[in-house]
Design a protein around this ligand. Structure first.
Ligand SMILES: Nc1ncnc2c1ncn2[C@@H]1O[C@H](COP(=O)(O)OP(=O)(O)OP(=O)(O)O)[C@@H](O)[C@H]1O
Length: 241
């Protein structure tokens, strides 16, 4: 791998919650244009990995790097380079999708024209008649689309996604996967924590399985078979691997 194309990197990362080791010597690399799906059972350390890139957690040893620099030493990196999409996108219920997009972009110092904002929502898959409706009436999939539009407006070089398709129906999950793929194809590095093996295989370039804070398995998503991935995943979950 050309190291100049690396966008997200964890180097020998250790993160503890008091006495509990949540991340244990994790090494992970996500270059430009790559979707990296992080699989693993509950408590494996996926969310903590993402939180550490976002500087919500500090490394106890090792480091995370964004475009080669530590966000813990350069906090502006997260604001300038990273778009974050949690499982449940927090939006203002009484504002429309359009108003939410404008509001969160303004917070990030981005000012959009009405046309630009509408275009971003449409490009994220939100139907035109929903743009001006209150978010209180939106489905989970529609909220994710507003989140995606906010993320796209940032022109971030990295996207961090924590279980983005959880609770979406298969069609909405497929639609979301295609939009993530398109973001990566335009050069964004995507790190996505997920429980959805099917979605991981469909959208990712690399797939990693975490267990007890360690990366225990890595695959090329284009060559691993779905049944092979499932077997490995279950073997790790059952302590057989
Ligand atoms: N705020 C916290 N305080 C203490 N321990 C925590 C905290 N957050 C997570 N942990 C512990 O750290 C470990 C890793 O948790 P993490 O949430 O990163 O796992 P995960 O792979 O994202 O799990 P899930 O799939 O359930 O979301 C777990 O043992 C968890 O109990």
């Amino acid at each position: 791998m050309n190291t100049s194309s690396l966008v997200l990197e964890a180097r020998n990362l250790v993160v503890n919650y008091k006495q509990h080791r949540a991340i244990d010597a994790l090494n992970l690399r996500v270059p430009k244009g790559c979707v990296y799906a992080l699989l693993g059972g509950n408590g494996a350390g996926k969310s903590t990995t993402i939180s550490t890139f976002l500087t919500f957690n500090r490394p106890n040893a090792g480091q995370v790097l964004i475009e080669g620099r530590s966000p813990h030493e350069h906090p502006d990196l997260v604001r300038d380079k990273v778009a974050y999409l949690p499982e449940n996108v927090a939006l203002y219920e009484l504002m429309s999708g359009l108003e939410n997009l404008n509001f969160f972009c303004a917070l990030a110092g981005i000012h959009l024209s009405r046309e630009q904002a509408s275009q971003l929502l449409s490009d994220s898959g939100l139907q035109a008649d929903a743009h001006v409706k209150r978010v209180a009436a939106y489905s989970k999939g529609m909220r994710q689309k507003v989140g995606l539009a906010i993320a796209s407006a940032k022109h971030a070089s990295a996207m961090l996604l924590d279980e983005p398709t959880s609770g979406l129906d298969p069609s909405a999950a497929n639609d979301f996967a295609q939009r993530i793929r398109a973001a990566a194809d335009s050069g964004v590095a995507v790190l996505m924590a997920t429980h959805d093996l099917f979605n991981a295989k469909q959208v990712a370039d690399r797939i990693g399985i975490m267990k007890a804070g360690r990366l225990v398995e890595e695959f090329d998503a284009h060559t691993v078979r779905h049944d092979e991935l499932e077997q490995k995943y279950l073997a790790h979950a059952r302590g057989l691997a």
